[in-house]
Ligand binder design. Structure first.
Ligand code: EPU
Length: 302
Protein backbone atom coordinates (compact mmCIF):
# COMPACT_ATOMS: atom_id res chain seq x y z
CA UNK A 1 0.00 0.00 0.00
CA UNK A 2 1.29 3.44 -0.90
CA UNK A 3 0.48 6.60 1.03
CA UNK A 4 -0.30 9.40 -1.38
CA UNK A 5 -2.68 11.65 0.59
CA UNK A 6 -0.83 15.00 1.01
CA UNK A 7 -2.48 15.54 4.41
CA UNK A 8 -0.98 12.29 5.72
CA UNK A 9 2.40 12.95 4.11
CA UNK A 10 2.51 16.40 5.74
CA UNK A 11 1.45 14.91 9.09
CA UNK A 12 4.23 12.31 8.96
CA UNK A 13 6.84 15.01 8.42
CA UNK A 14 5.48 17.05 11.35
CA UNK A 15 5.58 13.98 13.62
CA UNK A 16 9.16 13.22 12.53
CA UNK A 17 8.09 9.84 11.17
CA UNK A 18 10.33 8.62 8.36
CA UNK A 19 8.54 7.20 5.31
CA UNK A 20 10.30 4.49 3.28
CA UNK A 21 8.16 3.96 0.23
CA UNK A 22 7.77 0.54 -1.36
CA UNK A 23 9.83 -1.38 1.21
CA UNK A 24 10.29 -5.10 0.67
CA UNK A 25 9.22 -7.03 3.78
CA UNK A 26 11.35 -9.94 2.54
CA UNK A 27 14.32 -7.77 3.53
CA UNK A 28 12.93 -7.10 7.02
CA UNK A 29 12.04 -10.67 7.98
CA UNK A 30 14.35 -13.55 8.90
CA UNK A 31 12.43 -15.87 6.54
CA UNK A 32 13.21 -13.53 3.63
CA UNK A 33 9.60 -13.76 2.45
CA UNK A 34 7.11 -10.92 1.98
CA UNK A 35 5.75 -8.37 -0.48
CA UNK A 36 6.15 -4.60 -0.55
CA UNK A 37 4.48 -1.70 1.22
CA UNK A 38 5.26 1.68 2.77
CA UNK A 39 7.30 1.51 5.98
CA UNK A 40 6.87 4.20 8.65
CA UNK A 41 9.79 4.52 11.07
CA UNK A 42 8.85 6.07 14.40
CA UNK A 43 11.52 8.00 16.28
CA UNK A 44 9.50 9.20 19.29
CA UNK A 45 7.04 7.11 21.32
CA UNK A 46 5.06 10.29 22.07
CA UNK A 47 4.17 10.69 18.39
CA UNK A 48 2.35 7.33 18.22
CA UNK A 49 -1.18 8.38 19.31
CA UNK A 50 -1.19 11.27 16.77
CA UNK A 51 0.28 9.05 14.06
CA UNK A 52 -2.36 6.38 14.57
CA UNK A 53 -5.15 8.97 14.54
CA UNK A 54 -3.74 10.36 11.29
CA UNK A 55 -3.68 6.89 9.67
CA UNK A 56 -7.12 5.90 10.97
CA UNK A 57 -8.69 9.18 9.80
CA UNK A 58 -7.06 8.70 6.38
CA UNK A 59 -8.30 5.09 6.14
CA UNK A 60 -4.77 3.62 6.09
CA UNK A 61 -4.62 0.14 7.70
CA UNK A 62 -1.35 -0.67 9.50
CA UNK A 63 0.59 -3.36 11.30
CA UNK A 64 3.39 -3.12 13.90
CA UNK A 65 6.68 -4.81 13.00
CA UNK A 66 9.27 -5.85 15.58
CA UNK A 67 12.43 -7.61 14.47
CA UNK A 68 10.61 -9.71 11.85
CA UNK A 69 12.12 -12.94 13.18
CA UNK A 70 8.89 -14.82 13.96
CA UNK A 71 6.85 -13.62 11.03
CA UNK A 72 5.54 -14.93 7.71
CA UNK A 73 4.35 -12.11 5.44
CA UNK A 74 2.18 -12.54 2.34
CA UNK A 75 3.43 -12.06 -1.22
CA UNK A 76 3.01 -9.13 -3.66
CA UNK A 77 1.77 -5.63 -2.80
CA UNK A 78 0.47 -5.64 0.79
CA UNK A 79 -2.84 -3.98 1.72
CA UNK A 80 -1.52 -2.23 4.84
CA UNK A 81 1.47 -0.09 5.81
CA UNK A 82 4.00 -1.20 8.41
CA UNK A 83 5.08 0.75 11.49
CA UNK A 84 8.44 0.16 13.13
CA UNK A 85 10.17 1.79 16.09
CA UNK A 86 13.65 3.24 15.66
CA UNK A 87 15.79 2.43 18.72
CA UNK A 88 16.95 5.53 20.63
CA UNK A 89 20.56 6.05 21.79
CA UNK A 90 21.18 4.49 24.26
CA UNK A 91 18.54 1.77 24.04
CA UNK A 92 19.50 0.07 27.34
CA UNK A 93 19.94 1.94 30.64
CA UNK A 94 20.94 0.06 33.79
CA UNK A 95 19.99 1.05 37.34
CA UNK A 96 21.12 -1.50 39.95
CA UNK A 97 19.37 -4.75 39.06
CA UNK A 98 16.97 -2.99 36.72
CA UNK A 99 17.48 -2.81 32.96
CA UNK A 100 15.34 -0.21 31.17
CA UNK A 101 15.25 -1.40 27.56
CA UNK A 102 13.64 0.09 24.47
CA UNK A 103 11.36 -2.35 22.61
CA UNK A 104 13.38 -1.82 19.43
CA UNK A 105 16.63 -2.96 21.10
CA UNK A 106 18.20 -6.10 19.69
CA UNK A 107 17.51 -9.05 22.02
CA UNK A 108 20.93 -10.71 21.72
CA UNK A 109 22.75 -7.43 22.31
CA UNK A 110 20.58 -6.78 25.38
CA UNK A 111 21.43 -10.20 26.84
CA UNK A 112 25.18 -9.63 26.34
CA UNK A 113 25.13 -6.00 27.50
CA UNK A 114 23.37 -7.00 30.74
CA UNK A 115 25.75 -9.98 31.16
CA UNK A 116 28.81 -7.74 30.84
CA UNK A 117 27.32 -5.68 33.66
CA UNK A 118 26.93 -8.79 35.84
CA UNK A 119 23.16 -9.14 35.25
CA UNK A 120 22.07 -12.65 34.26
CA UNK A 121 18.92 -14.74 33.94
CA UNK A 122 18.49 -14.40 30.19
CA UNK A 123 21.26 -16.77 29.06
CA UNK A 124 18.74 -19.05 27.31
CA UNK A 125 17.72 -16.24 24.96
CA UNK A 126 21.17 -15.86 23.47
CA UNK A 127 20.91 -16.69 19.80
CA UNK A 128 17.20 -15.91 19.60
CA UNK A 129 16.92 -13.30 16.83
CA UNK A 130 14.63 -10.28 17.04
CA UNK A 131 13.88 -7.30 19.24
CA UNK A 132 13.15 -7.09 22.95
CA UNK A 133 9.61 -5.92 22.09
CA UNK A 134 8.98 -9.00 19.96
CA UNK A 135 10.38 -11.30 22.66
CA UNK A 136 8.13 -9.62 25.21
CA UNK A 137 4.95 -9.89 23.14
CA UNK A 138 5.52 -13.64 22.52
CA UNK A 139 7.08 -14.32 25.94
CA UNK A 140 10.09 -15.78 24.16
CA UNK A 141 11.87 -18.53 26.02
CA UNK A 142 14.38 -21.32 25.68
CA UNK A 143 16.34 -23.77 27.81
CA UNK A 144 14.00 -23.51 30.77
CA UNK A 145 13.65 -19.71 30.99
CA UNK A 146 11.24 -17.14 29.58
CA UNK A 147 11.56 -13.36 29.41
CA UNK A 148 8.25 -12.75 31.25
CA UNK A 149 9.82 -13.93 34.53
CA UNK A 150 11.94 -10.77 34.65
CA UNK A 151 9.42 -8.15 33.54
CA UNK A 152 8.70 -5.47 36.16
CA UNK A 153 7.10 -2.81 33.97
CA UNK A 154 6.05 -2.36 30.34
CA UNK A 155 5.28 0.84 28.47
CA UNK A 156 2.98 0.23 25.52
CA UNK A 157 0.59 1.86 23.09
CA UNK A 158 -2.89 0.51 23.77
CA UNK A 159 -4.54 0.59 20.36
CA UNK A 160 -8.04 -0.08 21.74
CA UNK A 161 -7.84 2.99 24.00
CA UNK A 162 -5.56 4.93 21.67
CA UNK A 163 -3.18 5.89 24.44
CA UNK A 164 0.24 5.21 25.91
CA UNK A 165 0.06 3.17 29.09
CA UNK A 166 2.43 1.71 31.67
CA UNK A 167 1.66 -1.74 33.13
CA UNK A 168 3.31 -3.34 36.15
CA UNK A 169 4.58 -6.90 35.72
CA UNK A 170 1.79 -8.40 37.85
CA UNK A 171 -0.84 -6.86 35.54
CA UNK A 172 0.42 -8.95 32.62
CA UNK A 173 0.10 -12.70 32.30
CA UNK A 174 2.99 -14.54 30.68
CA UNK A 175 2.35 -18.09 29.55
CA UNK A 176 4.12 -20.46 27.15
CA UNK A 177 4.65 -18.33 24.00
CA UNK A 178 1.61 -16.27 24.94
CA UNK A 179 0.89 -13.04 26.82
CA UNK A 180 -2.20 -11.06 27.83
CA UNK A 181 -1.29 -8.18 25.50
CA UNK A 182 -3.91 -7.47 22.81
CA UNK A 183 -2.79 -8.30 19.25
CA UNK A 184 -2.72 -4.61 18.32
CA UNK A 185 -0.88 -3.40 21.45
CA UNK A 186 2.51 -1.98 20.55
CA UNK A 187 5.37 -2.67 22.95
CA UNK A 188 7.46 0.49 23.54
CA UNK A 189 9.86 -0.24 26.39
CA UNK A 190 10.33 -2.62 29.30
CA UNK A 191 11.99 -2.66 32.70
CA UNK A 192 13.54 -6.01 33.53
CA UNK A 193 14.73 -6.95 37.02
CA UNK A 194 17.65 -9.32 36.58
CA UNK A 195 19.58 -11.42 39.12
CA UNK A 196 23.19 -10.39 39.84
CA UNK A 197 25.81 -12.90 38.73
CA UNK A 198 29.46 -12.36 37.79
CA UNK A 199 30.04 -12.05 34.03
CA UNK A 200 32.27 -15.15 33.84
CA UNK A 201 29.47 -17.26 35.39
CA UNK A 202 26.83 -15.88 33.01
CA UNK A 203 29.22 -16.52 30.11
CA UNK A 204 29.39 -20.22 31.01
CA UNK A 205 25.58 -20.45 30.71
CA UNK A 206 25.62 -18.47 27.44
CA UNK A 207 28.22 -20.83 25.95
CA UNK A 208 26.21 -23.93 26.92
CA UNK A 209 23.02 -22.53 25.35
CA UNK A 210 24.92 -21.45 22.23
CA UNK A 211 26.36 -24.93 21.79
CA UNK A 212 22.99 -26.65 22.27
CA UNK A 213 21.39 -24.31 19.76
CA UNK A 214 24.19 -24.73 17.20
CA UNK A 215 23.95 -28.50 17.52
CA UNK A 216 20.18 -28.72 17.00
CA UNK A 217 18.96 -25.73 14.99
CA UNK A 218 19.61 -24.53 11.39
CA UNK A 219 21.16 -21.23 12.46
CA UNK A 220 22.70 -20.13 9.18
CA UNK A 221 19.50 -20.56 7.17
CA UNK A 222 16.53 -18.29 6.63
CA UNK A 223 13.82 -19.33 9.09
CA UNK A 224 11.32 -17.96 11.60
CA UNK A 225 12.47 -20.22 14.43
CA UNK A 226 9.98 -22.91 15.37
CA UNK A 227 6.90 -22.87 13.13
CA UNK A 228 4.55 -24.60 15.59
CA UNK A 229 4.12 -24.36 19.35
CA UNK A 230 4.83 -27.54 21.24
CA UNK A 231 1.58 -29.24 22.28
CA UNK A 232 1.38 -29.93 26.03
CA UNK A 233 3.87 -32.66 26.96
CA UNK A 234 5.10 -33.24 23.38
CA UNK A 235 7.58 -31.84 20.86
CA UNK A 236 6.27 -30.71 17.47
CA UNK A 237 9.79 -31.16 16.02
CA UNK A 238 10.02 -34.75 17.16
CA UNK A 239 6.56 -35.62 15.76
CA UNK A 240 7.34 -34.09 12.35
CA UNK A 241 10.73 -35.87 12.36
CA UNK A 242 9.10 -39.21 13.23
CA UNK A 243 6.92 -38.84 10.12
CA UNK A 244 10.09 -38.66 8.02
CA UNK A 245 9.32 -35.12 6.89
CA UNK A 246 12.79 -33.57 7.15
CA UNK A 247 13.53 -32.18 3.68
CA UNK A 248 9.82 -32.24 2.70
CA UNK A 249 9.18 -29.16 0.55
CA UNK A 250 6.81 -27.01 -1.46
CA UNK A 251 8.90 -24.97 -3.89
CA UNK A 252 11.79 -23.54 -1.88
CA UNK A 253 9.91 -23.81 1.45
CA UNK A 254 11.47 -26.80 3.17
CA UNK A 255 11.38 -28.65 6.49
CA UNK A 256 14.89 -28.26 7.91
CA UNK A 257 17.14 -31.32 7.84
CA UNK A 258 18.48 -30.30 11.21
CA UNK A 259 15.34 -29.52 13.23
CA UNK A 260 11.95 -30.56 11.88
CA UNK A 261 10.03 -27.69 13.54
CA UNK A 262 12.13 -25.15 11.61
CA UNK A 263 10.90 -24.52 8.07
CA UNK A 264 13.53 -22.80 5.97
CA UNK A 265 13.48 -20.64 2.87
CA UNK A 266 16.02 -22.56 0.83
CA UNK A 267 16.06 -20.06 -2.05
CA UNK A 268 13.18 -18.02 -3.36
CA UNK A 269 10.28 -19.43 -1.34
CA UNK A 270 7.00 -17.52 -1.55
CA UNK A 271 4.50 -17.12 1.28
CA UNK A 272 2.21 -19.37 -0.77
CA UNK A 273 4.85 -22.16 -0.70
CA UNK A 274 5.46 -21.73 3.03
CA UNK A 275 1.74 -21.68 3.89
CA UNK A 276 1.18 -24.81 1.78
CA UNK A 277 4.01 -26.57 3.63
CA UNK A 278 2.63 -25.52 7.03
CA UNK A 279 -0.90 -26.73 6.12
CA UNK A 280 0.41 -30.02 4.74
CA UNK A 281 2.58 -30.81 7.77
CA UNK A 282 -0.23 -29.83 10.16
CA UNK A 283 -2.59 -32.21 8.35
CA UNK A 284 -0.10 -35.10 8.39
CA UNK A 285 0.56 -34.65 12.13
CA UNK A 286 -3.19 -34.47 12.79
CA UNK A 287 -3.74 -37.72 10.87
CA UNK A 288 -0.84 -39.58 12.47
CA UNK A 289 -1.00 -38.33 16.06
CA UNK A 290 -4.47 -36.80 16.40
CA UNK A 291 -2.85 -33.51 17.48
CA UNK A 292 -3.75 -30.15 15.93
CA UNK A 293 -0.51 -28.13 15.89
CA UNK A 294 -0.90 -24.42 16.58
CA UNK A 295 1.25 -21.87 14.75
CA UNK A 296 4.00 -20.20 16.72
CA UNK A 297 4.94 -18.14 13.67
CA UNK A 298 2.77 -15.05 13.21
CA UNK A 299 1.19 -14.91 9.74
CA UNK A 300 0.38 -11.61 8.03
CA UNK A 301 -1.31 -12.85 4.93
CA UNK A 302 -2.88 -10.31 2.62
N1 EPU B 1 13.68 -33.64 18.14
C1 EPU B 1 13.73 -34.61 17.18
N2 EPU B 1 13.81 -34.21 15.87
C2 EPU B 1 13.83 -32.92 15.50
C3 EPU B 1 13.78 -31.92 16.49
C4 EPU B 1 13.70 -32.31 17.81
O1 EPU B 1 13.70 -35.79 17.47
O2 EPU B 1 13.90 -32.64 14.29
C5 EPU B 1 13.66 -34.05 19.55
C6 EPU B 1 14.94 -33.65 20.27
O3 EPU B 1 15.93 -34.64 20.09
C7 EPU B 1 14.47 -33.52 21.70
C8 EPU B 1 13.04 -33.06 21.57
O4 EPU B 1 12.62 -33.36 20.23
O5 EPU B 1 14.50 -34.77 22.33
C9 EPU B 1 12.89 -31.56 21.82
O6 EPU B 1 13.71 -30.85 20.90
P1 EPU B 1 14.47 -29.48 21.27
O7 EPU B 1 15.25 -29.65 22.53
O8 EPU B 1 15.15 -28.99 20.07
O9 EPU B 1 13.33 -28.52 21.70
P2 EPU B 1 12.01 -28.16 20.98
O10 EPU B 1 10.91 -28.57 21.89
O11 EPU B 1 11.93 -28.65 19.58
C10 EPU B 1 11.90 -25.80 22.13
C11 EPU B 1 11.47 -24.45 21.65
C12 EPU B 1 12.63 -23.74 20.97
C13 EPU B 1 13.79 -23.63 21.94
C14 EPU B 1 14.18 -25.05 22.38
C15 EPU B 1 15.25 -25.03 23.46
C16 EPU B 1 9.13 -24.42 21.01
C17 EPU B 1 8.14 -24.58 19.91
N3 EPU B 1 10.40 -24.61 20.69
O12 EPU B 1 12.16 -26.56 20.94
O13 EPU B 1 12.20 -22.43 20.65
O14 EPU B 1 14.89 -22.99 21.33
O15 EPU B 1 13.03 -25.71 22.97
O16 EPU B 1 14.72 -24.63 24.67
O17 EPU B 1 8.75 -24.10 22.14
C18 EPU B 1 11.18 -21.02 19.02
O18 EPU B 1 10.37 -20.70 19.92
O19 EPU B 1 11.12 -20.53 17.87
C19 EPU B 1 12.18 -22.02 19.33
C20 EPU B 1 13.04 -22.45 18.42
Amino acid sequence: MRISDPKILGGLAKLDVELRQGTSLAELTSLGIGGTTDLLRIKKHESIPCLLRLLDDGGVPHKFLGGGSNLLVGDSELPWVVLQLVAPEPDIVLEGNLAHVDAAADLGRTVTYCAKNDLGGMEGLIGVPGTVGGALRMNAGAYGMQIGTYVREVKLYRAAERKLETLRGHQISFEYRHTSFAPDDMMLSVTLELPSNPFHEILKGIRICNEKRRASQPLGQKSAGCIFKNPPGASAGRMIDELGLKGHSFGDARVSDRHANFFVNAGKASAKDMLALIADVRERVQKAFGVELENEVVVWNA
